[in-house]
Design a binder for this molecule. Structure first.
Ligand SMILES: Cc1cc2nc3c(=O)[nH]c(=O)nc-3n(C[C@H](O)[C@H](O)[C@H](O)COP(=O)(O)OP(=O)(O)OC[C@H]3O[C@@H](n4cnc5c(N)ncnc54)[C@H](O)[C@@H]3O)c2cc1C
Length: 450
């Protein structure tokens, strides 16, 4: 056993990597974050909806107030047809108030990143490095070495791959496992598959809409839309079924986006609002395929995945980052507990492997449920004319006329997934939100020893 202090090397400095930086700093575990881009707060992407389980963790990290100031709580849900005809216009989100004591909040994605980065302590902030593209990882029985494109190297005890859907760390983990044993159980080289594409963008809030609105347009022609409003802007999402499923990355350019916007200009994102009306008002837009999948193996040796590198869900239900925040909570709890038992000595490789196995075990059932919930929402909204598409149509036709159906789904289905959320056990504190559905993992009262 060596006496080197434990250090986690976190690859990727976007929402999951930065949440991990907060958690590790508060757990007093040494870490370093390596982000490939020259900033951790790019104005890329669109909105992020944080659910009550994530907001509870933000509360523990001391970020709740900042989060409230930057966001709008969910208020109104509207469903329209392609031609804008209203199918329903309801206010079901008080079901979250009743079940877990807090509604989801909608943010501009960049604001979430700024809240995370700007509120790190000065000592923790110094451990976040930009322009550090990780190009290789070496792992031995005693530790890890991470190599960056600029020639720098970082030594540590474990590597956490928070480097997103196209994670390089996931590939390094696979290679290391196969080098150690050609028959090692490993993930497929391309573990995710895309069935849908999505174009998103940021626009001013259109007339007639207010902060906290959530609009959906469902159709039977393989396309759908979602429109969310935050505190001071709105975001559109256009979903479309791909001609064929693919495991290959597809980069869309301006021309692709213009063509897609032209194709869907008469799709109504809300009552009286055709997509063609809001497209010219955009501040920014982007487009990608929507990969889907959950890894079979979340770790190997000293390398472990968290966030989109471990699982990728469609964004209709807004569970991608929320799941990554749960990963961070469980992983930090497990590592903190292990370090508490090993005191000043470095944990051994078998101890780390056990802890990483427990981490996957603790997350996998909830993640599978979230994955299926998200996939169903996407297929329900952008239906095709196959048998399964017709069943989705039928289910929607029936449920749309059931009074309080959305309230019921939130109160019993959505809230159940949310209330399974973990807290940061090493912090303790007072439960910020509570309702009729107890949290599966209550926040430990501050004066209770673990
Ligand atoms: C349109 C859309 C809407 C969404 N809405 C929601 C929502 O409302 N709620 C929600 O919970 N989720 C939502 N998601 C999902 C959410 O955006 C992701 O789950 C989340 O960004 C994952 O965070 P991450 O940190 O794991 O990965 P990323 O956000 O992808 O960050 C990975 C980081 O790693 C860096 N990186 C990559 N390779 C390297 C390398 N070799 N070396 C160093 N750094 C590297 C990247 O530059 C990047 O900064 C949405 C997704 C989409 C596409």
């Amino acid at each position: 056993m060596t006496t080197r202090p434990f250090r986690a090397i976190i690859v990727g400095g976007c929402p999951v990597g930065l949440t991990a930086a907060h958690a590790f700093a508060l757990a007093k575990i040494d870490f370093v974050v390596l982000e490939a881009r020259n900033t951790c707060t790019p104005d890329a992407g669109s909105s992020l909806v944080l659910n009550p389980a994530s907001l509870r963790i933000f509360h523990q990290l001391g970020l709740e107030e900042k989060a409230r100031q930057a966001s709008a709580e969910h208020e109104r849900a509207v469903l329209v047809r392609y031609d804008g005809k209203v199918r329903k216009d309801v206010r079901p989100f008080h079901a979250f108030d009743e079940s877990v004591g807090q509604r989801p909040m909608t943010f501009h994605r960049q604001d979430v990143l700024k809240i995370l980065l700007d509120n790190l302590s000065p000592a923790a902030r110094e451990k976040v490095h930009t322009s550090k593209k990780v190009v290789d990882v070496n792992s031995t029985a005693d530790g890890v070495t991470v190599f960056c494109a600029d020639g720098s190297t970082y030594e540590g005890s474990v590597v956490i791959g928070a480097d997103g859907v196209y994670s390089k760390t996931r590939g390094f983990m696979r290679r290391l496992a196969l080098e150690a044993s050609p028959s090692a159980p490993v993930n497929a080289e391309k573990p995710y598959t895309a069935y849908y594409k999505c174009m998103w963008g940021t626009v001013p809030i259109p007339p007639g809409l207010n902060p906290g609105d959530h609009l959906d347009c469902h159709s039977d022609s393989g396309v759908s839309s979602m429109f969310l409003t935050g505190k001071d802007r709105g975001w559109f999402f256009l979903f479309g079924l791909l001609d064929a499923p693919t495991q290959d990355r597809r980069d869309y350019d301006e021309k692709d986006m213009e063509a897609y916007a032209e194709e869907l200009k008469s799709l109504h994102i809300g009552p009286g609002i055709a997509f063609g009306d809001i497209w010219p008002t955009r501040h920014s837009a982007g487009m990608s395929n929507l990969d889907e999948g959950v890894l079979e193996h979340w770790s190997w040796g000293r390398v472990v995945m968290a966030g989109d590198s471990a699982h990728k869900v469609t964004p209709n239900a807004g569970w991608g980052l929320n799941s990554g925040i749960q990963d961070v909570a469980v992983l930090t709890n497990k590592i903190a507990a292990l370090l508490g038992t090993t005191q000043d000595t470095e944990p051994t490789l078998p101890q780390l492997e056990t802890v990483f196995g427990e981490y996957q075990e603790a997350r996998k059932d909830n993640m599978q449920a979230v994955f299926e919930f998200s996939a169903t929402q996407t297929r329900q909204s952008a239906r095709d004319r196959s048998w399964s598409g017709r069943i989705h149509w039928l289910v929607e036709a029936v449920t749309t006329v059931i009074p309080k159906f959305d309230w019921f789904m939130i109160r019993y289905k959505g809230s159940k997934l949310v209330s399974a959320g973990h807290a940061l056990d090493f912090l303790g504190g007072v439960e910020p939100f509570s309702g009729a559905m107890p949290w599966a993992h209550p926040i430990r009262p501050i004066n209770m020893k673990t």
